[in-house]
Design a binder for this molecule. Structure first.
Ligand code: ZN
Ligand code: ZN
Length: 444
């Protein structure tokens, strides 16, 4: 810990409840082991749906911490097994608190240059070598959960109720939370009264946290579009219907959905992230496939976008003279879609005051909503039946954060090859924050 953050922690603890004075010593004791665990997980990342070793490590650590652990929880729609972990600690009557971590990594070749960088490679669907990296920091989340599990066990006299720790697979494909619920998570292990999670971020310095009240992250709907035409010789376009030209028109026109059809007061995004068509420069292909991601904060807003995508696809095909039997196909992918993340305002207020008590008010910020998406909100069930809060954990070494900020920039962000959390301070703050929030919500 940097001297100034040690001082800040001391100052804020002087007005904190008694258990808060023993927490730093517990975290200090845990920290060297946690940093080693983090580095081990970071070196050995596993992609979504393949979190076998990561989930086994988490399950083993939570068992050692005294929790009742069940692993291999979750069923994907194709019937395959998910690597979800559930760890329960019962501590008398009281509320049931779910704390969630995700566990999966991303297909990114790591370029941080840290000694514990990932060396893992895998093949993508096209058979090319791709790297695997914890580029979203889920390794920080897993390790924070292990530290929190130990701290809550050590401070068992300070809280009552039941802690339900969840290791969720496949957050990056936003199908892991749903897979666990589909495997009767709540029927088997009890329905929580509250759901809490955290996510690291490059937009804040390590040692700080931030939280949004109300809509916090956008909902996502993944959409596949196939524009079908009639292929032929590249020199004789009059004999075919060129789907490449249609795709070009389609992509440009899509952007008018957000700018002309949505209410400007409803933030939304339509992005074409992937496009495939053609085999050779002088051949007009039969079709072009596009993969889209769309983001909004409300269901009506999402409906405007989906209707707009369908109309735009049909419109470009119609104007190109594509016959009706080759009309475009537009398919939404429910298993790669997720609702908005909604931070229950009443629970957010409690979480925030626990964070302020633990870290000092200068280290706790209010955050604007993000257009990025999560499947965390699924644990709150439809209609936000269970209150949920996801807060942000600053992850960038303070000096690096300040240097980037002085240049008007941010350090490299999540999903990039250079995203590099500061392990020690981020884990210290993560465990301190999550433990303090959990004890505050379950305090006797
Ligand atoms: Zn991510
Ligand atoms: Zn993430």
């Amino acid at each position: 810990m940097k001297p100034q953050s040690a001082l800040a922690l001391f100052l804020c603890l002087s007005t904190a409840p008694s258990w808060a004075q023993t927490l730093p010593a517990i975290v200090n004791g845990e920290l060297p082991g946690l940093v080693e665990t983090y580095k081990g997980i970071h070196t050995h990342p596993e992609l979504s749906h393949y979190e076998e070793h990561t989930s086994a490590l988490l399950a083993g650590e939570l068992r050692k911490a005294g929790y009742q652990v069940t692993d291999h929880i979750g069923k994907y729609p194709d019937g395959s097994q998910a690597y979800g972990v559930v760890a329960i600690m019962e501590n008398g009557p009281g509320p049931r608190l779910l704390i969630r971590t995700d566990m999966d990594a991303l297909p990114v070749i790591e370029e941080t240059g840290v000694p514990y960088a990932s060396q893992v490679k895998t093949k993508n669907a096209a058979g090319q070598d791709v790297g695997v990296m914890h580029a979203c920091g889920h390794d920080i989340h897993i390790t924070t959960m292990i530290g929190t599990a130990h701290a809550l066990a050590a401070l068992k006299k300070q809280w009552h109720g039941t802690v339900m720790l969840i290791g969720q697979p496949s957050e990056e494909l936003v199908d892991g939370a749903r897979a666990m619920l589909a495997d009767h998570l709540y029927e088997r292990f009890g329905t929580p009264d509250m759901v809490i999670g955290l996510h690291d971020t490059n937009t804040r310095a390590a040692g700080t946290v931030s939280v949004t009240s109300g809509p916090a992250m956008a909902g996502v709907t993944s959409v596949d579009v196939v524009l079908r035409g009639i292929g032929g010789h590249g020199a004789r376009p009059q004999e075919g219907k060129d789907p490449i030209v249609m795709a070009a028109e389609f992509i440009v026109q899509l952007q008018t959905i957000v700018s002309r059809q949505e209410n400007p007061r409803d933030p939304s995004v339509v992005t074409v992230g992937d496009i495939h068509g053609g085999t050779k420069r002088n051949i007009i292909p039969n079709e072009v496939k596009l993969e889209l991601t769309t983001r909004t904060f409300t269901d009506p807003s999402m409906q405007i976008i989906l209707d707009g995508i369908r109309r735009t696809a049909q419109g470009v095909a119609l104007s190109a003279g594509v016959p009706a039997d080759l009309a475009p196909t537009v398919t939404t992918l429910p298993n790669e879609s997720a609702p908005p993340t909604y931070n229950d305002p009443a629970l957010t207020a409690k979480v925030k005051s626990a964070l302020v008590a633990a870290l000092g008010k200068n280290n706790v910020f209010d955050e604007d909503p993000y257009m990025a998406s999560e499947d965390f909100g699924i644990f709150g069930l439809e209609g936000h039946r269970i209150p949920t809060v996801l807060f942000w954990l600053g992850a960038i070494e303070p000096a690096k954060y300040a240097a980037a900020a002085a240049a008007g920039k941010l350090a490299p962000g999540m999903h990039t090859s250079r995203f590099q959390p500061d392990p020690e301070l981020t884990l210290r703050t993560g465990v301190t924050s999550m433990t303090s929030v959990a004890i505050s919500l379950l305090h006797k």
